[in-house]
Design a protein. Structure first.
Length: 107
């Protein structure tokens, strides 16, 4: 009876030790997953911020280029620019618009 009881006790202890090891392994894996999730979240924030900044900059450039024709007319009126100078400014504005559209389309 003592041997049976001892062998049962040993089996119970061995099974409990395996359960403890399994719980520790699962706990470590969960900690690693939490750590990985935190890292991925931080990386997402870092990647999204520059993208958002570039998007805002593109919108601001678009607004600036929309306002340039009226601004160039005001400059012409205020500074008495020659028609050739005004044409040159309009040409520059059209080139910038083309570059902006190209940038937006290829981003």
């Amino acid at each position: 009876m003592i041997f049976t009881s001892l062998s049962v006790t040993q089996e119970i202890l061995r099974t409990k030790a395996q359960c403890v090891e399994l719980v520790q392994t699962v706990s470590q894996q969960q900690a690693k997953l939490i750590s990985l999730r935190t890292l991925a979240s931080g990386l997402t924030v870092e990647l999204n911020n520059p993208a958002a900044a570039a998007g805002r900059a593109t919108q601001q450039l678009h607004q600036i280029f929309q306002a340039l024709p009226s601004s160039s007319i005001k400059v012409y009126q205020w500074k008495n620019m020659t028609p050739e100078q005004l044409a040159y400014i309009k040409n520059i504005v059209s080139i910038f618009r083309f570059l902006l559209i190209d940038y937006i389309c290829n981003s």
